[in-house]
Write a protein that binds this ligand. Structure first.
Ligand code: F6R
Length: 263
């Protein structure tokens, strides 16, 4: 796991966007896993800018979003489908036929989830998965106790997630209680992972998932089992890490580290 500590939200967003852009430049038909929420808004803004100014080309990119609320149609203003259209898809040249966001109002969620997994396989698997982290340590909507072998399925949301996400809804009662979410097993099969987190309110879970034990109670800790994970944090989110100096040293001396491992 490589930990990058940026000064603030703005720098965290710029660094993560350039990491994504670099992957698209390396592989034009990249299969990109995407997250929603407050955290990636800045990253997507920077990606749009890179598309406009540096010509980062999304025309061959395929994207798969992590999750969607059960019951919300793609046109619903609180749906993740809507969020993605507004924050990224309509501002870059991604092909609508290559965009996959789970459909919250599907009539047969079980069959739909199996189909979604199948689409990821048919696309060749996810090359780079972008993740945020929830206040309860979740990745996607894999709430505490989720199996590390889990696949795309319907998951009941944890109380804290409902409270955290009620800020997007008029009333707390309007927050859906269930979501379709990629599983931890699905996420762990991605070739590379990029997790971003911002703000002191995430500091505890960030420290737990990076420096604590691997546990299904903090599902992001499953990433300790993945061989290629970049974590980009701002100072607030990194504030409870014990080994900050070490992570900063590794980042600043990457050329020496790469020389040692013969890259
Ligand atoms: C959203 C998702 C969630 C969020 C997490 C953090 O697609 O998968 O795991 O990444 O809840 O949300 P924010 O960024 O709003 O704090």
């Amino acid at each position: 796991m490589e930990i990058i500590i940026a000064d603030d939200y703005e720098e965290m967003s710029a660094v993560s966007a350039s990491m994504i852009a670099r992957e698209i430049q390396r592989k034009h038909d990249l299969v990109l896993g995407l997250a929603t929420g407050d955290t990636p808004v800045g990253t997507y803004k920077h990606l749009v800018k890179l598309h406009q100014t540096e010509g980062i080309d999304f025309s061959k990119v395929t994207s798969f979003n992590l999750d969607e609320y059960v019951g919300l149609a793609p046109v619903h203003k609180n749906s993740y489908n809507y969020f993605m259209r507004e924050n990224l898809f309509k501002q870059v040249n991604i092909s609508p036929s290559k965009v996959f966001v789970p459909q919250g109002n599907t009539s047969d969620p079980e069959e739909y989830c199996a189909w979604y997994e199948q689409q990821i396989k048919l696309a060749g698997g996810i090359d780079l998965q972008v993740l945020g982290i929830g206040g309860d340590g979740h990745i996607a909507f894999n709430e505490p106790g989720s199996s590390f072998a889990s696949r795309t399925r319907v998951k009941a949301l944890f109380e804290q997630t409902i409270i955290d996400n009620s800020r997007f809804f008029e009333r707390a009662e309007d927050v859906p209680r269930f979501a379709i979410t990629m599983g931890i097993g699905t996420i762990l099969e991605s070739r590379k992972v990029l997790l971003i987190a911002s703000g002191e309110k995430k500091a505890d879970v960030v420290a737990q998932f990076i420096e604590g034990p691997v546990t299904s109670q903090i599902t992001a800790s499953a990433l300790q089992l993945h061989s290629y994970v970049n974590v980009v944090l701002d100072k607030g989110a990194a504030s409870k890490l014990k080994r900050k100096e070490y992570y900063n040293w590794v980042r600043d001396n990457k050329h020496l580290v790469q020389k040692q491992i013969g890259r």
